[in-house]
Design a protein around this ligand. Structure first.
Ligand SMILES: [Zn+2]
Length: 544
């Protein structure tokens, strides 16, 4: 096992931990993948469980945003866990184009690790080695080696990046076995109980019954509003969503596992796993602060497929409300209300379906990937004309990831880098679905005041990504033909997320000042009582 033990020195001015009456025995961070900041309010009348409990008893920052441009899962979770912008924690996107090698790789790829606790696992081998900052759990363990830190998610990148470098273990989901798996990046023995804790058995009843719309919607259910042709992918648009009702051709090896990914039951399983982990690994039982990070990924899959305005998303949050109540009741009973702190947030938001977007017609539209490539090819011809060359001037392009100029063309024509970049940016911005283009030159020019320049700088690493980033107009989905929606932009609906802190001596209130997800780690670290760790991009939020 090759593990990079210290990527960044954890500077501690004094390692004496201040312990006060607030010091929780267990720190729980729950990220609901793709939970937008407006959902708590939008669906509040549906809630009677955990989400209502958190909203009423916790301190809620209703204007919380990710302050980076590439709002995808890996950067989002790394930011929540580290308190740093992607430009500093190193995880700038899910998949990163490495400029030196001109190749794109999964941001957490690590072929040196091996899966443990399972005889066979075909998932990508990955680890936190590219994360350049410590996680909340890493910081807590550096102050008290007897503290424990665990991380759980269906998604590898969510679990791994929230767990950081020194987690006792991060677990993620293998669809084939329906078991939580992990690698030898973590040095402790793989717990035996995990091998027998299978999603297909724990959630067996839900798998048999399928995903049915809650009967409470019976009186208001409008089949025409559910039968949106852009919905679906794994399932067809209409409820019920059952194993026999799957629309795509699925490999039977992973059918049940994929069913869990695409229904609320995947996240139900993760929360049940979390309870079992707390019991079996004795988390929150002694004076050493333990950390448990949980990411709920089925929310993201359902959101991509059905969109934020669907019955499915409403039903998901209604079910999550119940699952979270069960989890909070468990914490109250097992750990004690005064002995834990719980934070609820999300790694990013999501765009509405253009067809259902209420406030920006007629701009709202889908731009299919083939239409986008056609437009880029046409722009290539215009740039060639500007540069008086017959060679292609664009090396690569990919929707949200932007455009890479073909700089070699400058060897054979009478133009310089500035002319090439400016020409591409000028023509791309003329597309009626593009809000702005931001190049590396813009990022490095201190006086550049383009919209979203600061968020783009916070996502910027000079060795990562295409040279020209493009930002679509509001409610325009680039590269999405027929169905579904996505996130990944610096637009409001992608950056706005919930943020609630629940814990002893934390006042229950709503705060409206704008805060950022980089503020979560410093706030929790301070709340825990570690007051000598000062290295964050974010700031400590007052919880009084
Ligand atoms: Zn997503």
């Amino acid at each position: 096992m090759k593990k990079l033990y210290v990527l960044v020195a954890i500077i501690c001015l004094s390692c004496a931990k201040q312990t006060d009456y607030r010091t929780p025995k267990l720190v729980v961070v729950i990220s609901v993948d793709q939970m937008r900041g407006d959902y708590l309010d939008k669906y509040s009348s549906d809630f009677s469980g955990g989400l209502k409990y958190l909203d009423e008893n916790g301190q809620s920052f209703v204007n919380t945003h990710h302050n980076h441009a590439n709002t995808s899962t890996a950067p989002g979770h790394a930011t929540i866990a580290s308190g740093f912008h992607p430009k500093n924690h190193g995880i700038t996107n899910n998949t990163i184009y490495y400029r030196n090698s001109r190749q794109s790789h999964y941001s957490i790829l690590d072929t040196s690790v091996r899966f443990v606790g399972t005889s066979q696992c075909n998932l990508k081998r990955s680890s936190a080695k590219n994360l350049l900052k410590p996680s909340i759990g890493d910081i807590v363990k550096s102050h008290d080696p007897k503290s424990k830190s665990y991380s759980i998610s269906l998604k590898d990148r969510a679990s791994i990046l929230m767990g950081g470098h020194h987690a006792n273990r991060a677990f993620w989901f293998d669809s084939e076995s329906t078991q939580m798996v992990s690698t030898d990046y973590y040095s402790e023995p793989f717990p035996n109980w995990v091998k027998n804790y299978l999603g297909k058995e724990i959630i067996a009843e839900d798998i048999v019954n399928g995903w049915l719309l809650n009967p409470k919607y019976k009186t208001t259910y409008d089949i025409s509003k559910d039968n949106v042709i852009q919905e679906g992918g794994f399932f067809s648009p209409l409820f019920p969503h059952t194993l026999s009702n799957i629309s795509s051709n699925q490999d039977s090896n992973t059918l049940i596992g994929d069913f869990l990914w695409n229904t609320p039951f995947g996240d139900k399983f993760v929360l049940k796993f979390a309870k079992k982990l707390i019991e079996n690994e004795n988390l929150g039982k002694d004076q050493h602060n333990d950390v448990l990070t949980i990411s709920l990924s089925a929310a993201d899959y359902i959101g991509h497929e059905f969109g934020p305005d669907s019955y499915e998303i409403e039903d998901y949050y209604h079910k999550l409300d119940q699952y979270l109540m069960e989890f909070i009741n468990f914490l109250n009973d097992e750990i004690g209300q005064e002995n834990y702190v719980l934070t609820l947030t999300s790694d990013h938001g999501v765009a509405p379906f253009p067809e259902l977007a209420s406030d920006s017609k007629p701009h709202a539209k889908r731009i299919s990937y083939s239409k986008f490539l056609y437009d880029i090819d046409s722009i290539d011809l215009l740039v060639q004309k500007d540069l008086n060359t017959k060679e292609s001037c664009i090396l690569a392009s990919s929707g949200y990831r932007g455009i890479e100029p073909k700089f070699e063309v400058l060897n054979n024509c009478d133009a310089d880098t500035t002319k090439l970049i400016n020409s591409i940016q000028y023509h791309v911005k003329n597309l009626n679905y593009i809000e702005e283009t931001i190049s590396f030159k813009d990022i490095n020019y201190p006086k550049c005041n383009k919209i979203f320049i600061d968020k783009t700088r916070n996502s910027h690493n000079p060795n990562h990504g295409y040279f020209i980033k493009i930002i679509g107009k509001k409610n325009c989905l680039i590269g999405y033909s027929n169905h579904g929606t996505t996130h990944g932009s610096p637009l409001y609906y992608d950056t706005h997320v919930p943020l609630i802190f629940l814990g002893n001596n934390i006042q229950s209130k709503h705060k409206s000042d704008t805060v950022y997800t980089i503020d979560i780690a410093p706030t929790l670290i301070d709340y825990i009582g570690i007051t000598d760790y000062l290295l964050f991009d974010g700031k400590k939020l007052g919880l009084d």
